[in-house]
Design a protein around this ligand. Structure first.
Ligand code: NAI
Ligand code: PYR
Ligand code: MG
Length: 374
């Protein structure tokens, strides 16, 4: 198979879908790899690194889209990239379609087979291709929130760790999964007084057992959320219902109860965000204010630390990428239901139930497709 990767064109996105190490692995499996010139530069990989791995450098993205059987990216294809996708081509990347109807319709129109990193599953029910970027975004969230809390950035002027004689910042993390756990660890490490809300009692038990008082846990009821959000200097939004739009747990009304200059870091923004007032921002202009509350809503936070993120993402995607290349998408998905869970769009139809429901579009179940392909 011919595998291609391009330079990411989303604002301030410096990650790349294929590392030279992943390219070398694909070449070792007998595949051809083509890379747009300069695609790895933002993550510290030179064209010569790819050439040394056995890949071919091509001049532009149009050549990659025209020639490759499978496109491997990081972020969802932007409108100009969507126009270059074609029927039968595999797209392997983050998509986050539940909050992006325009993209979903373009992908359906392209006829391509689109596998979303964020809905590929693991045996234990976790999301192995989302997890590495959730680890990064979770660890970045308190750092970005601390910056947002500074006066010059519109914040309340509160220091995360406080100082002797002055209390630390109160941080509330909504969702205690991968983002939430990493955010809580770092915020607590900065000295903040942290509480993690989750609706899963087993998850709260795990956090309590594992972190032994490093942060508090609370059950995510409406009343508990309202009380904690009102008392917070920083709220980190980290909920997820896989494939679906994020539940709006912070309402517009609740902002009125928040402290002026408090910060909401809505990491869940790529699924639409868990605050009613959130809208996606970019690294160029990351923060906006509503009712005195500062919102940081960057949908590609890991792009800020592109080298760490690219390596972490590639470590996770590589086995799936090789399976897709070696077997083709039908056999790879038929043999691995966890990879099949990543299939979001195929031949003009939505194939993921949560995405179809979120966008109110008809569903063509992956299992039906795979049986048809047998
Ligand atoms: N903005 C960015 O750059 C990035 C965003 N993300 C996003 O962050 C979000 C979280 O991802 P992960 O932590 O990996 O997911 P996860 O599945 O590990 O954790 C989600 C947690 O939310 C909890 N949850 C669900 N509904 C809840 C509710 N009503 N109240 C409280 N908790 C609730 C679940 O029980 C689970 O523990 C996702 O939307 C993901 O796409 C991830 C990486 C980067
Ligand atoms: C998960 C995701 O959307 C990102 O890493 O940008
Ligand atoms: Mg994102």
């Amino acid at each position: 198979m011919k595998i291609g990767s391009v330079r990411e064109i989303k604002a301030q996105e410096f990650r790349v879908g294929l590392t030279p190490a992943a390219a070398a692995e694909a070449v070792a499996h007998g595949h051809e790899v083509i890379i747009e010139a300069g695609a790895g530069m933002g993550a510290g990989f030179a064209d010569s690194d790819y050439e040394a791995a056995g890949a071919k450098i091509v001049a532009d993205a149009a050549t990659v889209f025209a020639e490759a059987d499978m496109i491997v990216k990081v972020k969802e294809p932007q409108a100009s990239e969507r126009k270059m996708l074609r029927k039968g081509q595999i797209l392997f990347t983050y998509l986050h379609l539940a909050a992006d109807e325009a993209q979903a319709k373009d992908l359906m129109e392209s006829g391509a087979t689109c596998i979303a990193y964020e809905t590929v599953t693991a045996k234990d029910g976790t999301l192995p291709l989302l997890a590495p970027m959730s680890e990064v975004a979770g660890r970045l969230a308190p750092q970005m929130g601390a910056w947002t809390l500074q006066k010059a950035n519109g914040g309340r002027g509160v220091l995360m760790g406080g100082v002797p004689g002055v209390a630390p910042a109160k941080v509330v993390v909504i969702g205690g999964g991968v983002v939430g756990t990493n955010a809580a660890r770092v915020a607590a490490g900065m000295g903040a007084d942290v509480t993690v809300l989750d609706k899963s009692l087993p998850r709260l038990r795990y956090l309590d057992d594992t972190f032994r008082g490093l942060f508090h846990t609370a059950f995510s009821s409406k009343a508990e959320t309202e009380a904690l959000v009102a008392s917070a200097d920083m709220v980190i939004g980290a909920v997820l219902i896989p494939g679906a739009a994020a539940p709006k747990l912070i309402t517009r009304e609740m902002l009125k109860t928040m402290k002026p200059g408090a910060a909401i870091v809505d990491v869940a923004i790529d699924q639409g965000g868990c605050a009613e007032t959130s809208r996606a921002t970019t690294h160029d202009d990351p923060v906006f204010e509503v009712d005195g509350v500062m919102h940081y809503c960057v949908a590609n936070m890991p792009g800020a630390v592109a080298r760490t993120s690219t390596k972490a993402l590639s470590n996770a995607t590589q086995p799936f990428l090789i399976a897709l290349a070696d077997k083709g998408w039908e056999r790879a998905c038929a043999e691995d239901p966890h990879l099949a869970a990543g299939l979001n769009v195929h031949a003009g139809m939505i194939t993921h139930p949560a995405v179809a429901e979120a966008l109110d579009l008809p569903l063509n179940e992956t299992q039906t497709l795979l049986h048809a392909a047998e």
